[in-house]
Design a binder for this molecule. Sequence first.
Ligand code: ADP
Ligand code: ADP
Ligand code: ZN
Length: 218
Amino acid sequence: MNIILLGPPGAGKGTQARIIEKSYGMVQLSTGDMLRAAVAAGSEVGQRAKAVMESGGLVSDEIVIGIISDRIDEPDCAKGFILDGFPRTLGQAAALETLLQSKGIKLDAVIEMRVDDEKLVERITGRYTCGACGEGYHDTFRTPKVEGVCDNCGASDFKRRADDNEETLRARLLAYYKETSPLLGYYFAKDNLVSIDGMAEMSEVTNQLKSILNDGAN
Ligand code: ADP
Ligand code: ADP
Ligand code: ZN
């Protein structure tokens, strides 16, 4: 199956994509992760994206469409993919449609993860990840079983994103409501949209997603 996870920053897209990736053998395609890797590597794309990402704005359609188009051609995507953080504008959605059509790939579902705005602030400001394996944690909602040690890989070096502060989050939320939320109408009109309750506990959100994936597989 090929799906899109749609939702504001902090909705739980990355958390769920990693779980689904493991249990369904699908691949997570996170444009945010790809862009952060480009910034860290100092590539041309990274240099163009860095300042925009720091301010909480959106990187140009041209850059992210290029990244996704290359990535979808890699053989592991044939197992099915989970788009996490892409598309984020109507232009990206239209480009994705053309791209998938030209490659003969079907999009099975667009899944909206609904979370109240006040909750997003709490989720984002408490978010951190394992520096070694990328496992996601939260100061309150998901702490490691042994303090300071990653459950997944045993590493003890954690990091926080520079843009995960309340001020930048406001800019990211504004970008979400202005540029990305119209995609909900777009995919609803195409009869592709399913909404789930992203406020529920992580395991419960996973169950909602699994029931959509299992239905689609039948
Ligand atoms: P997104 O990728 O949509 O920006 P994340 O998956 O990174 O969001 O989640 C943001 C933060 O909220 C992380 O710290 C994560 O551990 C936490 N989180 C994710 N899902 C839930 C949930 N259902 N309940 C509580 N906290 C959650
Ligand atoms: P989150 O889901 O937590 O908001 P992401 O990791 O998806 O964050 O994205 C981080 C930043 O990377 C965004 O604020 C934006 O600057 C940039 N970015 C990621 N994906 C896209 C995209 N599809 N289009 C434009 N900019 C993007
Ligand atoms: Zn780890």
